[in-house]
Design a protein around this ligand. Sequence first.
Ligand code: GTP
Ligand code: SPV
Ligand code: MN
Length: 597
Amino acid sequence: MALTSNKFVLDWIDEMAAMTKPDDIVWIDGSEEQAEALRKQACSTGELIKLNEELLPNCYLHRTAVNDVARVEDRTFICTTKKEDTGNINNWMDPKECYSKLTKLFTGSMSGRTMYVIPYSMSIVGSPFAKYGIELTDSIYVVLNMLIMTRVGTDVLEALGDSGDFIKGLHSKAQLDAENRYICHFPEDNTIWSVNSGYGGNVLLGKKCFALRIASYLGRKEGWMAEHMLILGVEYPDGDTKYICAAFPSACGKTNLAMLIPPEYYRNKGYKVWTVGDDIAWLRVNPEDGKLYAVNPENGFFGVAPGTNEKSNPNALHTTTKDTIFTNVCHNLDNNTVWWEGLDNNPPTNAINWKGEVWDYRKYDKADKVNTSGAHPNSRFTAKATNCPCLSKEFNNPAGVPISAIVFGGRRAKTAPLVYQSTSWQNGSFVGSIMASETTAAAAGAVGVVRRDPMAMRPFVGYNMGDYFAHWLSMGNMIPNPPKIFHVNWFRTDNEGNFIWPGFGDNMRVLMWILDRCAGKVDAEITPIGYIPKAEDICIEGLDGVTIDTIRDLLTVDKASWLEDVENIKSFYKQVGDRVPQAMYDELAALEARLKA
Ligand code: GTP
Ligand code: SPV
Ligand code: MN
């Protein structure tokens, strides 16, 4: 039975059901009873595997199709009436053409199946930040993930009332046909259509599709920002807490930084780190104090499993010990638990790999991870935020948290130093626009290729990238007390390809320099790219194998490689096209001149 009398909602569902022809329509009310019934049903068909109830209570394993394990950027489209409004960095399709192409794929795609209606909210229901969506899907896996990742249920429909202001999301697994897989966004219609996939970011429509692509479009229109950023709080011994947002590309360390445990040196002094978000931030100016405030619109974490362990990220590990859905990890048959590369040094000997085959850990080959690993490199956990031991007490604060610093960062073996600070909001926006990072397993395609990834948003801006740069610049004029903007790189390597910086919890040492800079407590050295710490100002107390010379090395700015980067940036800006603001070109010219001086 329908859970609302909202005519916009009901008419739209009628229309979508007439096209997809489900046998049945089920409304998701957000109740535990309904969720439990769906889990049972998914277990009975093999869609989910129930894991060891003693060791991993209320945890499940799901395997997606082998050809469906990551976001598909080349099959992701922004469909605006005018091609220029989508720009050159996104794939564009004419909305009419796209609707007609996808209508063919959706026609009858749910016949013999149930259509689930998921009313959900991004951010706290009823709060000024909140935006509502309804996802129609034929996948129980999607329903159960959305129940963890977003706020779902009847209260969303009550908050929506009889308004038509909601994001219309339609998803069907259809035949999981990779050749006909499309993730399409119609920002002018508040609509998302996703077909022929069953994997995470392609199908949990509240996440990248809504909270980044559609929301970034809305944010530009309405004067706020939707960003691929974690949000964390550093609590000082006196109880004061400062908040930082950080934008790193997919699988480049947001979850890890958001949940970091401070090194012993800081813990002993009473420092603590609290997680507000690990992937997405919505940012608005607070007219009262003129600061930028951030909320995490999500309600859970869809985190990378490989590499998560007791040492790298104990908080994430703890978060996933109950109420979690694991996707594409390795199944340990001895005790009906899960395993992934980097969890520990004891791969299970009686195990099923992410493809569902008997797995021989002795055949693991680092050069061919996808085919030889137990867990897929992009295997993930879906876990409740409220199960996270370091969840900030501000997590449910509808006003958000005031941001002191914005940090950009990429995965760069060379060039980018451990940390540097921009000289202004405009210069900081430029620093974001020239970000680059090695590609990861989070998206289908080659891994380890350096590409420009402005603000870590290359795959997620729902409009023209040049206009997005302009929006960043214009936000600067709207924030009387703007955060300071920094850039970090945890991934510089030595000549053998080993990471030089220990990373993970020790990244706190860099965050402390950043916050000291925001508080005006520490000097810096000016270089052609911006402010760099004096090596002695990065605390290395208690760090094994890292000396002040290591820090000096990590902070070097090699002019020749930066000038190479400048050339690459010029061609990237050209590719972005004629909407790159002049101010960005001015910043680029000034950077080049300083490097050549
Ligand atoms: P998405 O969920 O895809 O947006 O990724 P994310 O940015 O949250 O990345 P995540 O924190 O899950 O990290 C991805 C990978 O980077 C994992 O394999 C981590 O182990 C590794 N990683 C994270 N932080 C560090 C670090 O400080 N140093 C090094 N060397 N590796 C790190
Ligand atoms: C990312 O790829 O940045 C993710 C995972 O956070 S997904 O939800 O698949 O986009
Ligand atoms: Mn992400």
